[in-house]
Structures are given as structure tokens and as C-alpha cells.
Write a protein that binds this ligand. Structure first.
Ligand code: SF4
Length: 327
């Protein structure tokens, strides 16, 4: 592990003032410390946020819920307001990692967790544009069974590993960040990036910004939502494909829908045209299968992960059926 400075922040202002080039914030450390031990991350300094008062989960004026950036994933998933108003989010968080990791991992850290592409995680592999820009992509010509089928580039085909973020995308959360210039809100859809020609940059968070909270608008989807995660083993595994599905009903018809896929792209992948297939229709198995077809239109699999297209199609149909109560 490289030498680094350690700074403990007492409050938000102190944390922001402590930012220097090459530093990283330390929250739960469940991803960052592993990457530092592996030599993937080499921050010049760690700014410890664990004494900063950013863990509150509280109602927003006018409706909705604010999730503090330092609230632990377990506390968020088990909070009564989250369970009642945003069960999709609770379900997604509880499908990830292990109880021990969720007890330590924070909401802000979950947003910023990095890909588990094996070529990125192991510095023994020389080719990885994300870890070492300009070196190539080991996965494209190598092992890529778990990699992207949407939004990839010839520079990187990695996927974002978070379950929480898939649900946040379906709930249209916004990320509140602070810097020496003040605060700004970033819609979750604009927070994570596609790899393009700069796969080393995961998000649109700026180096001088600190995540303060995740803000959830009021949701009409609490009664009809489902997070479905398909993976190689039943627990402690990342998604091959996941689906956050949510339906709003008006009478017997679907008024609006949200469909977001995880494990298939460098960011949570919203299937907007598939959502439109459902609007105004009466829920039925054939309708949900049609939405699944639409959700995978435009998928571009690689040699080893073509199975993900069919998996995603079927997972969308099943998640919608479970959300709509016709499974
Ligand atoms: Fe690196 Fe991305 Fe290629 Fe994986 S897919 S080896 S993270 S450039």
C-alpha cells in the first residue's frame, strides 16, 4: 500500500476544506480500502468522514425522504420510512453484499463503488483503460461473461456493480453534493457515466465535491414494485442481471412504469421505451413479455455474454409480473 496522509473531518465544512489534489473520502471503506491494498487506488490523502453528521434519514419539506450520505446501507434498508415508502430500495440494498458489509457500507460509498471487472481489480493484468488509461481493455479480448451489453465502448465494457443505484434510478433520486462553491443537485441519471473514451472517470462528481445526501421524491410505486436480482449464487454475489420494476395503477390500468436494469452497463440502465409499452395498458403476462422484448432492443453483447440478452428480457418480464401481482 502506498503512503498517504490521514485527516479526520469534524463537520461538512471541515471535510470540504480538507480536500486536496488526489485525496479520497473515507466512509465505510468496504471498497476503497480493498482497492488501496491491491494497489488499484493510490490516494494522496484520506479524509475520514466518520465523525461528520451526515447519517440522518429524514423527511424532506414538501414530501420525499433525504438519506444521509453517511447513513449505513443496513440502517437505510431497515428504516421504517424506506420500508414503507420505498420498498424497492430496501429490497435492492438487502440483495447486495453481506449483513456485515451492509452494516459498514454507506449510501455515499455505494454510489461511488467501482467495477468488479477482474482486469481492473488485479494490477497483475497490464491492460485496463479504467485503471491505467491508454493500456487497452483486457476484457474485450479476454473474459467478459459478466460484462456490459448496453452502452459500452471500445475502451471499456465494464458494468456498475451497485444494486442500490438501480433502485435509485427507478425512483428518480437526486444526489445533493457540496463544495467550496456551495451545493448542487445531480439527478441520478446524470451521476454515473458511460465509459466512452474516458473510462477512468466513473461519475460526474467533481474532485472538489462531497456527497451530502440522496434525496428521494414522493413515490407512487410503493404498492407495486419489485427488485429482481439474477446471479451465479444465491447470496454474496453481484448481479448478472438485475431489474428494478415499479408500476403505478389508475383503476385497472397501468398509469406509469419504471424499469431499470443493473449488471448490464457502466451505469444503471433505464429502459424508457419499455416503460412506454406499458402505459395505459391492463397488466397481463403477454404485455410484460412485450416490455421485456423492448427492454433488450439495441443490446450489443460480446462473445461470452450473449446469454445476458435473453436473461434480461426474461428478468424484466418476471419483475414486472411480480410488481403487478400477476406472477
Ligand atoms: Fe478495464 Fe473496463 Fe476493460 Fe475491465 S472492461 S479491463 S475495467 S477497461
Amino acid at each position: 500500500m502506498n503512503p498517504f496522509q490521514y485527516r479526520r473531518a469534524a463537520d461538512i465544512a471541515g471535510a470540504i476544506q480538507a480536500i486536496t489534489p488526489g485525496c479520497k473520502f473515507l466512509a465505510g471503506g468496504t471498497n476503497l480500502i480493498d482497492l488501496m491494498k491491491n494497489g488499484v487506488e493510490k490516494p494522496s490523502a484520506l479524509i475520514d468522514l466518520n465523525r461528520v453528521a451526515l447519517a440522518a434519514i429524514e423527511p424532506l419539506p414538501g414530501g420525499g425522504l433525504r438519506l444521509g450520505a453517511m447513513a449505513r446501507n443496513s440502517d437505510t434498508a431497515n428504516h421504517p420510512a424506506v420500508r414503507q415508502q420505498y420498498p424497492l430500495l430496501s429490497q435492492a440494498i438487502l440483495s447486495g453484499a453481506s449483513p456485515q458489509l451492509r452494516n459498514l457500507a454507506t449510501n455515499g460509498g455505494n454510489l461511488l463503488q467501482r467495477t468488479r471487472c477482474p482486469y481492473f481489480m488485479d494490477i497483475g493484468f497490464p491492460q485496463c483503460n479504467k485503471r491505467a488509461p491508454g493500456t487497452g481493455c483486457g476484457a474485450i479480448g479476454g473474459l467478459h461473461r459478466t460484462h456490459a451489453i448496453f452502452g459500452a465502448s471500445d475502451q471499456c465494457i465494464a458494468v456498475h456493480p451497485s444494486d442500490m443505484c438501480v433502485a435509485l434510478a427507478a425512483l428518480e433520486a437526486t444526489i445533493r453534493v457540496g463544495s467550496r462553491s456551495g451545493e448542487r443537485q445531480i439527478p441520478i441519471a446524470d451521476f454515473h457515466r458511460l465509459p466512452g473514451s474516458t473510462p477512468e472517470i466513473d461519475t460526474n462528481l467533481q474532485p472538489d465535491e462531497l456527497i451530502l445526501s440522496i434525496d428521494l421524491p414522493p413515490s407512487p410505486y410503493a404498492g407495486h414494485s419489485q427488485y429482481l436480482k439474477v446471479r451465479d449464487r444465491a447470496s454474496y454475489e453481484f448481479a448478472l442481471v438485475s431489474v428494478a420494476a415499479a408500476l403505478e395503477f389508475s383503476g385497472g390500468s397501468i398509469r406509469s412504469a419504471r424499469i431499470v436494469l443493473g449488471g448490464v452497463a457502466h451505469k444503471p440502465w433505464r429502459a424508457t421505451t419499455a416503460e412506454q409499452v406499458l402505459a395505459g395498458k391492463v397488466p397481463a403476462t403477454a404485455l410484460f413479455e412485450a416490455a421485456g422484448e423492448e427492454a433488450v432492443a439495441g443490446a450489443k453483447p460480446y462473445r461470452q455474454n450473449a446469454f445476458k440478452v435473453n436473461l434480461a428480457r426474461r428478468a424484466v418480464a418476471r419483475a414486472l409480473a411480480e410488481a403487478g401481482g400477476v406472477a
